[in-house]
Design a protein around this ligand. Structure first.
Ligand code: ATP
Length: 318
């Protein structure tokens, strides 16, 4: 029976469990054996393999994180480590490998593909920073976590007539800030993809307070600046009581949203179809609500354009 390995790598994201479940359940239904590899490429180095049956993925659909656990592996970054990984898989009779992770994990998967393991990437990162996919796994859940947190902050900020600066994750991408900012009706969004002027923003906030507003929220993507520093700058420019909140790792938690569960179920299913059709060396995505795939090289060369349209929509809403 053909064996498919599956691992989660890099930072975890909500929906990874649902993706694993879909690979396992669909794979078994099509007659494959599924092997889980623990702790990403670390487990691959150490042959930390576990057989996965249908029951092993029960109760996982609605859980955040990844039950296979995730890690970063220095050894696997080396050529020797990659050869060792490919050999470990071959020794175990694993011909196909599904890697759920971000850009770094994809680069490792592409190396394994070159070494004769048929590999597949699923976009597992909350940051939505991979090209050729409209959404990444966990991004939608993270938006819900962030908008819930902002709802709670809004209550207390309003009681004390404060400006709240909220720093969210995203690395070099402003997508979490932009989408969650629009969903939360914030007053300003600072993202790395767009220029911003803190003096101008501060004066606008002051003007709104003068006109009767009791609170304001400024959303900052971590790639655009440091929330604490920006809060100080705003206070210095306009004198408003300003507090920073760094949301941090809570953004990676929470039960996966219905969107993330359905989307990952579809992608896991598509991986098995690609295996059946002997298509490999590709990463999957969702584009215009279709599950699509592209060769790893295409993904590495692609540029993710900034979402200027959404940013300009926001500009008209404030
Ligand atoms: P996240 O979006 O959460 O950062 P990621 O997949 O980009 O996820 P990385 O830490 O960059 O996270 O990569 C995960 C692992 O993939 C690394 O620990 C390393 O083992 C492997 N990896 C990263 N880059 C490469 C590379 N260029 N070649 C081979 N393996 C790599």
């Amino acid at each position: 029976m053909k064996k498919i390995g599956v691992l989660t790598s890099g930072g975890d994201s909500q929906g990874m469990n649902s993706a694993i479940r879909s690979v396992v359940r669909t794979g078994i239904a099509r007659g494959y054996e599924i092997v889980g590899i623990k702790r990403g490429y670390n487990g691959l180095m150490e042959k930390d393999f576990i057989p996965l049956g249908s029951k092993d993925v029960s109760d996982k659909l609605y859980r955040g994180g990844t039950f296979l656990q995730s890690a970063r592996s220095e050894e696997f970054r080396t050529e020797e480590g990659q050869k060792k990984g490919a050999n470990n898989l071959k020794e175990e009779g694993i011909e196909h490998l599904v890697v759920i992770g971000g850009d770094g994990s994809y680069r490792g998967a592409a190396k394994l593909n070159d070494l004769g393991i048929k590999t597949y990437g699923l976009p597992g990162t909350i940051d939505n920073d991979l090209p050729l996919t409209d959404y990444t796994i966990g991004f939608d859940t993270t938006l819900n976590v962030v908008t819930d947190a902002i709802g709670n902050l809004r209550d207390t900020m309003s009681s004390h007539e404060r400006v709240s600066v909220i720093e969210v994750m995203g690395r070099n991408s402003g997508d979490i800030a932009l989408h969650a900012g629009i969903a939360s009706g914030v007053d300003a969004i600072l993202v790395p993809e767009q220029p911003w002027d803190i003096k101008e923003i501060s004066y606008k906030l002051k003007d709104r307070f003068n006109k009767g507003k009791t609170h304001s929220i400024v959303m900052v993507a971590e790639g655009a600046g440091n929330g604490e520093e920006i809060a100080h700058m705003i206070k210095d420019h306009c004198g408003l009581d300003t507090r920073a909140t760094i949301l941090g790792h809570i953004q990676r938690g929470g039960t996966p949203s219905a969107f993330d569960r359905v989307f990952t179920s579809r992608m896991g299913h598509e991986v098995i179809r690609l295996i059946d059709n002997d298509i490999y060396g590709v990463a999957l995505g969702i584009e215009n609500n279709d599950i699509t795939y592209h060769r790893f090289e295409e993904i590495f060369e692609a540029h993710q354009p900034p979402n200027t349209k959404l940013y300009s929509i926001f500009g008209d809403l404030v």
